[in-house]
Design a protein around this ligand. Structure first.
Ligand code: HEM
Length: 484
């Protein structure tokens, strides 16, 4: 045998042995996986080849197909990663609440520039961060943001008035998004800037679409391939621009500290230097922008679109607002408590349009689920979206927009596990009460000033997964000034 032949033989033998060890170590995983129904997909790739299209609304359709393969749970593979998908209320409840399934899947969250932030971290690091950051969202703190929410909503109403001169429908998301970002950054980051058409909005949009590309291309998990890819260069370009903005925010906070509100997110991060590393501070700052901005903007845009489609419900919202507040007055916390119908409308919209409609967890131990033993390390894909639209829980009119279903006498007949727009268990959204207050104040200002309609129809709506669920066609409405 020549030296070259010996080399080839040794390489092949090494590869064969490596593959055998790989499979032998995962023997129990394959045994358990075999017993669970679902779609195995192609060798090595699993079903990842179905997620390579550039059309983001295809992702949602593919995930729905995989979920529907088997109920209540369905298995598949994303490359070597074993996956369980479900839309079942009891399974989702169990996964959100079991101590063995609290971890976030590194598969999805790595490389999103938020590795050290609340959305992605696990274990003790998570418990420590959450405990400190909870201080920013106590009832007492939330009340302090109300003046900012009023002020920023008024600015948005002024910007919207420019739309009155045109009959053309426009995407309300842009306005709502800028107002949401403005309120959060001004409130929690003590930094006032106009975010309409700002760099930050563009950076967030571009970088999250690059992140989606990375998620569905498994070969980018191999460091050397990702390091030399154009995707990495593009991501770094946006990351650097984002870091420049964050540095401005931090510098501004050092020069003009908000001493009256020591528990703002940014203050907690910056003053607890012993608790947080520089990377953790940076990633938490980005996490809160990502997690708070588009979720709220998508939710609020969906509410407006639903009200534009359902003029009778819109009129009831307007009646309630007119009964409780006079023209453009400052909305206080006490006033907010009186808005029971607006609250029903928000809840019903979040049922049909949960912004984080698909979420994930990873198991740290084997667990029993729907009569199967699920292997340790499984990635769970939870479709809150499909569960909250399922006729099994919401009846034959599940796809109808009907706020009255949340009246106490009606909702008591619905399985309480079937409604988790802000997720559940210990990782429930940290900002859920904050966003409910913000959305109510925004809606009150909005309908004090405008009425809306739309040509968009519910049946035509598709979703892009970005990874939040955003309507592909946009949130196209027309506004009219209200006759006082
Ligand atoms: C209507 C608006 C919102 C919706 C629908 C929403 C939804 C969610 C959901 C479903 C999760 C859980 C994600 C998961 O399980 O993987 C979550 C987590 C989170 N949200 Fe929200 N969110 C909203 C607003 C906000 C706001 C305004 C903030 C910040 C001020 C925020 C910050 C966060 C953070 C930091 C997490 C991670 C929590 C943890 O793992 O401990 N969210 N959100």
């Amino acid at each position: 045998m020549t030296v070259l032949e010996q080399l080839i033989f040794a390489t092949i033998a090494f590869l064969v042995i490596s593959v055998l060890i790989f499979y032998w170590r995962r023997k129990r995983l394959y045994n358990l996986a075999d017993k669970i129904p679902g779609e195995n997909g192609l060798p090595f790739l699993g079903v990842l080849h179905k997620f390579t299209k550039s059309d983001l609304n295809e992702y949602h359709k593919e995930i729905m197909k995989l979920i529907l393969k088997n109920k209540p749970i369905s298995k598949t593979w994303f490359g070597p990663q074993f996956v369980i998908l479900t839309e079942d209320a009891e399974c989702i409840h169990k996964i959100l609440n079991s101590s063995h399934t609290q971890n976030k899947p590194s598969y999805f969250y790595k490389g999103m520039m938020i590795d050290e932030g609340l959305l992605a971290i696990n274990g003790h690091q998570y418990d420590k961060h959450r405990k400190i950051l909870n201080k920013s969202f106590t009832p007492n703190m939330l009340q302090k943001f109300i003046p900012t929410f009023n002020e920023k909503s008024r600015v948005c109403m002024m910007n919207l008035s420019k739309r009155l001169s045109s009959d053309e429908a426009f995407d309300i998301f842009k306005y709502v998004g800028a107002c949401t970002l403005d309120s959060f950054i001004s409130g929690h980051y003590n930094y006032d800037q106009n975010f309409y058409d700002s760099d930050l909005v563009k950076i967030i949009e571009e970088s999250r679409s690059l992140v989606m590309k990375k998620v569905v291309r498994p070969w980018y998990n191999i460091k050397i391939l990702f390091k030399n890819s154009s995707l990495r260069h593009q991501m770094e370009y946006y990351y650097e621009r984002l870091l420049r903005i964050l540095n401005d925010i931090k510098t501004n906070n050092l020069q003009n500290p908000n001493t009256k509100l020591p528990d703002l997110v940014l203050n907690l991060l910056m003053k607890s230097k012993n608790n947080f590393t520089e990377e953790e501070i940076r990633d938490e700052m980005i996490t809160f922008i990502y997690a708070g901005y588009e979720t709220t903007a998508i939710s609020l845009s969906s509410i407006l679109l639903m009200l534009a489609m359902h003029k009778d419900v819109q009129q009831k919202v307007i009646d309630e607002i007119d009964e409780i507040v006079s023209s453009n007055e400052e909305i206080s916390n006490e006033t907010l408590l009186k808005f029971s119908y607006v609250e029903l409308v928000i809840k019903e919209s979040l049922r049909l349009f949960p912004a984080a409609g698909i979420t994930g967890r990873q198991s740290t131990e084997e667990i029993e689920l729907a009569d199967y033993t699920i292997p340790k390390g499984t990635l769970f894909v939870l479709s809150i979206f499909d569960m909250q639209r399922s006729s099994k829980y919401w009846g034959d009119d599940a796809l109808q927009f009907n706020p009255d279903r949340f009246l106490p006498e009606n909702i008591e007949n619905v399985n309480s596990h079937a409604y988790v727009p802000f997720s559940g268990g210990k990782r429930i959204c940290i900002g859920w009460k904050y966003s409910m207050i913000f959305m109510k104040i925004f809606l009150i200002h909005f309908f004090k000033n405008y009425t809306i309609d739309t040509k968009q129809e519910f049946k035509d709506i598709n979703f892009d997964i970005i990874p939040l669920m955003i309507i592909s066609q946009g949130y196209m409405i027309n506004i009219q000034k209200r006759q006082k």
